[in-house]
Design a protein around this ligand. Structure first.
Ligand SMILES: O=C(O)CC1=CCC(=O)O1
Length: 263
């Protein structure tokens, strides 16, 4: 799988579809990696060029020492798209990936033509929440961090289900520096004002059982961008792309067709 060599780290990414196809970029959640999109990617139209990447500190990207800044995470996405000479992409970010999506759209509107904000918000949680989570991650075991994350992301679900065990294996592999470093980036991020200034086609996707970024929060975030659309996925928790990949892929595809991003 390829890496792009950015000034301060190597970023891992993958591509599928024709090089001259309309581009969809997928950015994953905290502690995860690009594999959380596997089931969605298998259901996307073949004429899309789909680019996924691992945030710094995650997957097969390099793991700088914590803490990270949101500005650095946005620069990573910017560096990847510049390296691939991509313009006018649709950018779909889930949770912290959605923060990167908003920040990149604000910074480089030439790169992003269409925004998909999945299970995310202009601000995710309060500083005190992230301080508590960082302190807990620093003092307790990695197993405890993974377990409480799974319980929060997949509420009332049997965690032994194969698709959840696959996510668990990813979380188990994620470096603690990557996880904690990214929590610091989320803690300091509030995009309410910059996102309110965005003018581009935008879709918010929320899940009925997402306690981390509840439907009303996602709806309010998408509504910061005039003319935005909103879709609620039922029977899904924070990782809507894992819980309901068919509906996720259909929702994204229908939206991209409705905006003229793809045929
Ligand atoms: O861990 C959570 O509850 C939610 C979350 C925040 C950022 C992210 O990617 O997931």
């Amino acid at each position: 799988m390829p890496h792009v060599f950015l000034p301060d780290l190597r970023l891992h990414y993958s591509e599928q579809g024709p090089k001259d196809g309309p581009v969809l970029v997928l950015a994953h959640a905290l502690g995860a990696d690009l594999s959380i999109w596997d089931a969605v990617c298998a259901r996307l139209p073949a004429n899309l060029r789909v680019i996924r990447y691992d945030h710094r500190g995650h997957g097969a990207s390099d793991v700088p020492k914590a803490p990270y800044a949101m500005g650095a995470m946005i620069r990573d996405a910017e560096g990847l798209l510049d390296h691939l000479k991509v313009k006018d992409a649709a950018f779909c970010g889930l949770s912290v990936g959605g923060l990167v999506a908003q920040g990149l759209a604000v910074k480089r509107l030439d790169l992003i033509r269409t925004l998909i904000l999945s299970n995310t918000a202009a601000r995710i949680g309060h500083e005190s929440l992230w301080e508590k989570r960082i302190a807990a991650a620093e003092s307790s075991s990695k197993a405890a961090l993974v377990q409480e994350t799974l319980e929060r992301w997949f509420p009332r679900q049997d965690l032994s289900q194969p698709r959840i065990q696959t996510v668990k294996a990813v979380l188990d592999r994620t470096a603690l520096d990557g996880w904690i470093g990214t929590m610091h980036a989320i803690k300091g991020t509030d995009f309410y004002t910059p996102t309110s200034g965005l003018r581009l086609s935008t879709l918010g996707i929320a899940s009925s059982d997402d306690a981390s970024t509840p439907p009303d929060l996602v709806r309010e975030t998408a509504a910061l961008v005039p003319g935005s659309q909103f879709h609620l996925i039922r029977r899904a928790g924070h990782l809507s792309c894992v819980d309901q990949p068919e509906e996720f892929a259909t929702t994204v595809t229908d939206f991209l067709r409705s905006t003229g991003h793809m045929s």
